[in-house]
Design a protein around this ligand. Sequence first.
Ligand code: MG
Length: 263
Amino acid sequence: MPKRFAAFQFPAETRTRFALLQGETELVEIDNFENQTPVNDKTIPLDSIELLPPLPQTPSKIIAVGLNYPAHIDEMKHENVPSNPILFLKAPSTLLAPFKPIIGLSSWGRIDYEGELAVVIGKTCKNASEATALDYVLGYTLANDVTARALQRQDTQWGRAKNFDTFCPLGPYLLQNEGQNPAAFHLQTQVDGEVRQDGDVSQMRFSIPFLIAYISNIMTLYPGDLILTGTPQGVSPLEKGQTVRIGVPEIGWLENPFQLVAD
Ligand code: MG
């Protein structure tokens, strides 16, 4: 069974700690994701700590892939979609821990969730081939590529709409890459318990090995860097006070409330 890791802190603490998940309710603190050496023989109840984005370090960059599921292209009514992957960047300052609120201002207009499988890079990766691309993957987690849709359409560039603080919830756990096929994952998004997105990763236009090879031939990937692999069909706006949950059974559920602030 592949291991699941967490990054966490004790309440009122700022230092990031790392842990191995034991079952569904307990953690064992480890030195880091690489060595995985327990720091003591204690188990820590999950409800006594605060989860953080499950990354070995702050990423140098978050690369996101747009329009990677055919049914999502159809629902967004995009025409003339390029035959190569569409890439954009999210700043590391968008990262948000599980259970923390996504914050939007009323003046931004429509704000959408986008449930996505996220790939965490484990080793420096430059000019990878598709055949060896998965060797650079530390593991898999879940991301919400939150998007201020009205601003995205207004600007035509996506730099503003995708980069507000809190617009990249990540977690809850990192599923260690143990050679499993990421195309076998099934991704679901729920809003207040109602299923909104239900997609098989195998439906992607560009596979995860293809994307790693493609991206690493453009820019060097470093440990902790993240690739958000695109969202399946079923995106829609969030309403004030709603809770979004994004899940893959092998990984867990990333849950965040949406807070709308008047301005
Ligand atoms: Mg997206």
